[in-house]
Ligand binder design. Sequence first.
Ligand SMILES: C[S@@+](CC[C@H](N)C(=O)[O-])C[C@H]1O[C@@H](n2cnc3c(N)ncnc32)[C@H](O)[C@@H]1O
Length: 216
Amino acid sequence: MRLRRHPLARQILSTHPLVVQQPEESKGQWETLFPSKQPLYIELGTGKGQFLAKAATLHPHINWIGVEKIEEPLMHAVQKGEATECTNLRYIWMDITKLEEVFAPEAEVDRIYLHFSDPWPKTRHAKRRLTHHTFLDKYRNVLKQGGDLILKTDSVSLFDFSLEELEAHGWKIVEMSRDLHQSEWANTNITTEYEEKFSGRGFTINYVRAYPPRER
Ligand SMILES: C[S@@+](CC[C@H](N)C(=O)[O-])C[C@H]1O[C@@H](n2cnc3c(N)ncnc32)[C@H](O)[C@@H]1O
């Protein structure tokens, strides 16, 4: 996602009430940031935030957090979130590599969404893929008992790699489709910006839901 640099993006994000400024300080107490104690779902690489704004509106009994490292898309996401007037929605301006610094182990996160993550097609960049097992370990560490991971992507190579990584590292795949929009999960699917862009160009959407391994 290459958006033109916005001169005020940093300033807006640094002061916006929906952006959690010192997320490490909320480790272990995320529920205190929201009006209601309820499940916490997080979207990693939230981009311009369409999914999150729709999800928070449709599912008020869930607390939602979007994590994004680039200012410009996050600024758009926050503006969309603000327009919803939802109180169950926050954003973190952060690199996903720091996930374990801001969420307590196995205590807070009920679901992780990865939507249209960068595919990093070159083999030498495999470690950067957000479903490389070094990232899967972070997700396992922060997910609560019974928590799960959902991935959607247009990229067949990233999807194949992700299935291999999940299976090789003990994750239990419970739902899977190589054409989500024609599947039994289509009715409850909430589309992202990238999803609409790629499905509009004729790409099918790959989908998987999985539980982490729990034995240590
Ligand atoms: C291809 S876009 C998809 C955006 C959105 N999820 C969608 O489906 O429309 C991927 C997003 O993930 C973000 N991202 C990639 N790696 C990240 C990381 N390590 N930490 C935080 N955000 C990341 C990028 O900045 C980008 O906004």
